[in-house]
Design a protein around this ligand. Structure first.
Ligand code: HPA
Length: 250
């Protein structure tokens, strides 16, 4: 079945890969996807903030996007997030493999189970991120010249503002490692539709309070992003639908 790569900030296309642009409309809205051609015909690419980064985190139509991928038959998603590091254990410009999340978003459409027609459903979140694909990220990262750190808990904030130092201190105390604005509800919605989901975060700054002011690191970023995309495609190619088990509904 097809697989999908969802790109976050800075990842707006698949360099060197021919794609066909397609708008998919469903009951939640319209999603813009790019269908790979030739060798990549089973790859769907979606860039979360739009090709020209015009959609802010709280306005992304997460449901339209995930439903569009589901309707294309996508069984596995690899997703990327630009984040702030809230601990120096996840250095800026190294990748963090996500294993868990803390959801502080609000006011977003965060579930498919809010309509009478779908009934009541509770997706199980003991392992929100696919362990098989996550292990493959760690295994293949050195081949793509990427330093990768396992075990990150992603703190999802509503944005679009950044956090205060006191908030970051609180997130540290709660066990968060990186902070961003988009992983929730994306990972949850994929789980609700039975799609395997794994993700990497790229810290591009130290979070509020770790330094005097937030500085977004730009050095080498294009190379890191290109390596990241190559790694994600490699992970999707070297894992299979059969190996991966999506979260179950209770
Ligand atoms: N906070 C929230 N989201 C972010 C950050 C941050 O420090 N850096 C990149 N996305």
């Amino acid at each position: 079945m097809p697989v999908a790569l969802v790109g976050g900030t800075g990842i707006y296309n698949l360099p060197g890969i021919e794609v066909e642009e397609k708008l998919i409309t469903n009951q939640y809205g319209t999603a813009l996807v790019y269908l790979g051609k030739g060798e990549y015909e089973d790859v769907v690419f979606l860039t979360r903030h739009g090709a020209d980064h015009t959609t802010p985190p709280h306005k992304v139509n997460y449901r339209a996007n995930i439903k569009a991928l589901k309707d294309l038959g996508v069984a596995r998603i690899m997703s990327t997030y630009a984040v702030g590091a809230i601990t120096r254990d996840y250095p800026v410009m190294d990748l963090a493999v996500l294993r868990d999340f803390l959801d502080f978003t609000s006011g977003r459409e965060f579930t498919f189970f809010d309509e009478i027609t779908r009934g009541v459903g509770h997706v199980e979140m003991s392992a929100p991120f696919c362990p098989i694909m996550s292990a493959k990220i760690l295994e293949l990262a050195p081949k793509h010249d990427i330093k990768c750190h396992d075990g990150a808990t992603y703190v999802a904030t509503n944005g679009p503002r950044f956090e205060s130092p006191a908030e970051i201190k609180m997130y540290q105390m709660l066990g968060g490692h990186v902070v961003g604005m988009t992983c929730c509800p994306e990972v949850v919605l994929a789980g609700e539709l039975g799609i395997n989901f794994a993700a990497v975060a790229l810290p591009i700054n130290l979070a509020a309070g770790l330094e005097d002011k937030i500085t977004i690191v730009e050095d080498n970023i294009e190379k890191v992003r290109a390596n990241m995309v190559a790694l994600m495609l490699d992970v999707l190619k070297n894992t299979s639908d059969d190996q991966c088990q999506a979260p179950i509904l209770l």
